[in-house]
Design a protein around this ligand. Structure first.
Ligand code: BMA
Length: 889
């Protein structure tokens, strides 16, 4: 709650949605006269007036045209290309509004745009009051002099983002590459010249739909004495004193200098302190530090899997001149450090996060915009995706730098769920201009975003850009050697001299990295652009290889921190169906090529799959198509599992100078539309097989099995805080039988909390010979960790040969019975044979299974279905399609 009250009984309640609403969940009571929300129905016209319609604000031109029936769904089939004209036009939003005398009479009246997408000039009653050039900024324009009592006309003239970017690039004194995206993306050029979601001009997983619009709230704010523009609270811990303090920042606009006092209190912790406060005329920033007693028992915020996420009410109360001020916010206490220090046995530096002094392995994935039209990204969509991340045992997401700084609800949900956020700043895969106006708008953008987000405990690191250090270091854009110094200078100017400076000025409570991937401290040593930003001995890495065999863990770099890696797959049929028609439903259709924005992607998926699986060969084309979609998901799930397990088991060891891996964030969590991509969740929010696999490979305790020099090795990996006394139970199964051929038990080992170590090792030849009746082709192994209490962590397995070579893999003829129970639905499966990659699909019925894509070695298995919308056992039974690997050939 935030309110400024005139003690003379007239309410002059001020409102700052930007900083308060979501950060803190305040209740605001204020008379409407001082805040006039201008959202709602506006008129929208193209430049020559041939298209005219009603448009909803917040929103964008595409959404308005769609809502008025003037275009069809831009995601349907090839419509993204058909609607390219929209972003080549200039568009004007107009609204007429009445200003009551009480508001007009205020000393100061401001027109506030929470978000303008992107380049616009704004007039009130025909007088220009401001210009915008940055989608990520809030614009606050003084309109006191131009506002009329009664009717006013507000106009926002938006320029075509595509033409603007082209114009800026043309006007640039030198080339700032890349010029255009690869042809396969069917995108627009020069997106680096406009401060707008970089993926909006197309990406290798997304369409080109450069939006234009007023994508966030528009309102008038009026005041006589002062207004509070921003409030944030950042807890800091003084280790030398063992004492917490909360830094509370107030930004105030005052008409005249005003004096008073502000009291900060944490009622639940019995802490209160009063501060004299002076705000001079104009804009003032004040930081007040509330010190907690050393004896105060502060409950800490922890990442998911490491503890709870408690918060405390922080009350801000004050008397400023004749105004009383009150604001309530939530504070979460935690510390975060990024540790980069020498490691014994390695020539590099460590790279790991320590939260509340505890080293934490970051498990998660990368977040991209959840829709090309941002007004379609509802809180429900965001919450569902983040809950899905947590349900797959993730504790972190990286908000990738080619999208948007997410909505407040994204970060508050991460706070509540214990999801750590690696927050990129919005620059990706390009070099950027450094003209003064560009730098200026970026500085303001970064300042505003850091202020908005710094109260969130979930944000654990700021990171300047995505892959731009690597782009320079490994010369993605063919820059002539003679010109390299200029681009290096520009890089340092933008990310170090400006962005880093602004971030550090605003927030020193968490680490700042200039890029990802980066060598971190080593990159800094090398002048901010390392010779090899992918060096696994330093910082984080991104790693992709589609041609090498992903089942071979030796192909992966043993990195300190894997912030990107992944493989593509296709979404399921029900998701694609929303965007296609029957003639599109084949792997080689025009539609299938159109949706694939990564050069050679469709081919690569099949090639990778063919290394270990038979490709579908049904004579029924529809069946073949569905089976191919399924197989790409099998391939992706298996590849990312192998790679992630390699990273998790590498956390405690140094091998040839490499290792101590402390992060695995695969590329990518979610999708922007219905298309092939690296995501583990489809656009429809349905989990792909990979997401189900993530539940297992990100489990707090897990057995990781792999083969090295002919031996089966099993690691026990634990993210727990406590030690465990574990043994591994290893069972050998023949593909032809649901009864294990033999079972073994390792000796007991002490597995320390937060460690990975080998618990079982045996030559495979010996193991199989000892078992009898087994060869690599006819048998597979399953394994699980156990202690005196029983199983610890999920059952895992390793195939000893490619399934395409498996002997006696039989048709399992799985049957299912669906029943309702208190929590949802129960599906009882019966199988006649060992069945790999058992996949349950209920089409468009939204929800998730408790597990899916699993290896079924038992005759009976029970799986739960948790619906996200009303459904029935009969509907589920009708929709349920079960696929296993054996069905493909
Ligand atoms: C990385 C990302 C994205 C991209 C992904 C897959 O480079 O940063 O730019 O979508 O790989 O190619």
């Amino acid at each position: 709650m935030i309110a400024l009250r005139n003690t003379g009984n007239i309410f002059v309640c001020l409102y700052c949605a930007w900083c308060f609403r979501v950060l803190c969940g305040y209740n605001v009571t204020r008379p409407e006269a001082d805040k006039l929300i201008l959202n709602g129905k506006w008129t929208l016209k193209n430049s020559n007036g041939t298209v005219s319609l009603t448009a909803t604000v917040p929103g964008c031109v595409h959404s308005a045209l769609l809502r008025q029936g003037m275009i069809k769904d831009p995601y349907f089939r090839f419509n993204d290309v058909a609607y390219k004209w929209i972003a080549l036009e200039n568009w004007t939003y107009t609204t007429t509004f009445l200003v009551p005398p009480s508001l007009r009479a205020k000393q100061e009246v401001h027109l506030v745009f929470e978000g303008v997408d992107t380049v616009a000039s704004i007039t009130v009653n025909g007088i220009t009051v401001g210009k915008t050039d940055n989608m990520f900024r809030r614009y606050d324009l003084r309109v006191s002099e131009v506002l009329l009592e009664g009717e006013n006309v507000l106009e926002v003239r938006l320029l075509s983002p595509v033409l603007y970017a082209a114009g800026r690039s043309q006007a640039s004194a030198y080339r700032v590459p890349p010029d255009c995206p690869p042809e396969v993306q069917q995108g627009e050029c020069h997106v680096n010249f406009i401060r707008k979601a970089q993926s909006s001009f197309s990406w290798d997983w997304g369409p080109s739909l450069p939006t234009l619009g007023l994508w966030k709230e528009v309102r008038l704010e009026a005041y006589d004495v002062l207004r509070l523009v921003h409030l944030s609270s950042v807890p800091v811990y003084d280790a030398s004193l063992s004492q917490w303090a909360v830094e509370v920042e107030l930004c105030v606009d005052a008409v005249e200098a005003v004096k008073g006092n502000v009291t900060l209190s944490l009622p639940e912790l019995g802490t209160m302190q009063a501060f004299p406060a002076v705000f001079s005329a104009g804009h003032t920033k004040r930081t007040l530090v509330l010190h907690l007693d050393r004896s105060t028992d502060v409950k800490l915020w922890w990442p998911n899997g490491h503890g709870g996420q408690p918060s405390y009410l922080l009350r801000v109360a004050g008397l400023l001149g004749s105004l009383s001020l009150r604001a309530d916010t939530q504070v979460y206490f935690r510390t975060v450090e990024l540790v980069q220090e020498p490691i014994t046995g390695s020539s590099g530096l460590s790279f790991y996060f320590r939260v509340n002094r505890k080293p934490i392995f970051l498990k998660g994935s990368n977040w991209i915009p959840a829709h090309a039209l941002q007004d379609r990204v509802t809180p429900a969509v965001i919450k569902n995706l983040l809950q899905s991340a947590v349900d797959a045992n993730m504790n972190a997401v990286r908000v990738w730098g080619g999208g948007v700084y997410e909505q407040d609800v994204f970060y508050s949900t991460c706070d509540e769920l214990g999801v750590m956020v690696w927050q990129d700043l919005m620059f990706a895969c390009a070099l950027y201009p450094t003209e003064p106006d560009f730098i200026q708008t970026v500085r303001e953008e970064v300042l505003q975003q850091v202020r908005r987000l710094k109260s969130h405990p979930s944000v654990v690191v700021w990171s300047g850009n995505n892959e731009n250090e690597a782009a320079l270091a490994t010369d993605w854009f063919g820059i002539p050697a003679s010109q390299r110094p200029r681009y290096l200078r520009d890089y340092v100017s933008l990310y170090v001299d400006n962005i880093r400076a602004v971030v550090l000025e605003e927030d020193r409570s968490r680490p700042f990295l200039v890029s990802s991937p980066t060598n971190g401290a080593e990159s800094q040593q090398e002048g901010w652009v390392a010779a090899d930003p992918y060096d696994p001995r330093y910082g984080d890495t991104h790693y992709y290889s589609y041609t090498q065999d992903c089942w071979d863990w030796r192909t992966f770099p043993r990195t300190r921190f894997a912030s990107e890696y992944g493989f593509q797959s296709w979404p399921s049929f029900s998701t694609l169906q929303e965007a296609s028609v029957a003639e599109d439903w084949s792997y080689r259709s025009r539609f299938s090529s159109h949706r694939q924005h990564h050069d050679g992607g469709n081919q690569q998926m099949l090639q990778q799959a063919a290394l270990h699986f038979h490709l579908p060969n049904s004579s029924d084309p529809a069946q073949n198509y569905r089976h191919t979609l399924y197989l790409t998901q099998v391939m992706q799930a298996q590849c990312v599992k192998t790679q992630t397990e390699f990273y998790r088991r590498s956390r405690s060891e140094i091998v040839e100078g490499k290792g101590h891996t402390m992060g695995a964030l695969y590329w990518q969590l979610n999708d922007i539309w219905q298309a092939p991509s690296w995501s583990s969740i489809e656009f429809s929010s349905k989990w792909k097989m990979l997401h189900y696999f993530a539940q297992g490979f990100f489990a707090p305790v897990v057995a990781v099995g792999f083969e090295d020099e002919g031996a089966l090795i099993i690691y026990a990996v634990s993210d727990l805080s406590t030690d465990l006394l574990l043994h591994a139970v290893v069972s050998v199964y023949a593909w032809s039988s649901q009864d294990p051929v033999c079972a073994l038990k390792s000796s007991e080992a002490l597995v320390r909390g937060g460690s990975a170590s080998a618990i079982f090792k045996q030559p495979i030849a010996g193991l199989l010979a000892g078992c009898g009746r087994c060869s690599r082709l006819s048998c597979l192994v399953t394994f699980q960790l156990q202690d005196a209490q029983g199983p610890q962590g999920p059952l895992n397995h390793l195939f000893l040969s490619s399934p395409k070579d498996a002997l006696c893999l039989q048709a399992p003829n799985i049957t299912a019975v669906v029943q309702q129970d208190r929590e949802g639905f129960v599906v009882t499966l019966r199988s006649l044979a060992v069945a790999p990659y058992v996949w349950l699909d209920v089409g468009a019925i939204l929800g998730r299974f408790s597990s899916n894509g699993f290896l079924m070695v038992t005759r009976e298995t029970v799986v739960h279905f948790f619906p996200w919308e009303p459904t029935s056992a009969a509907d589920l039974a009708r929709a349920l399609v079960i696929t296993t690997l054996r069905d493909l050939y």
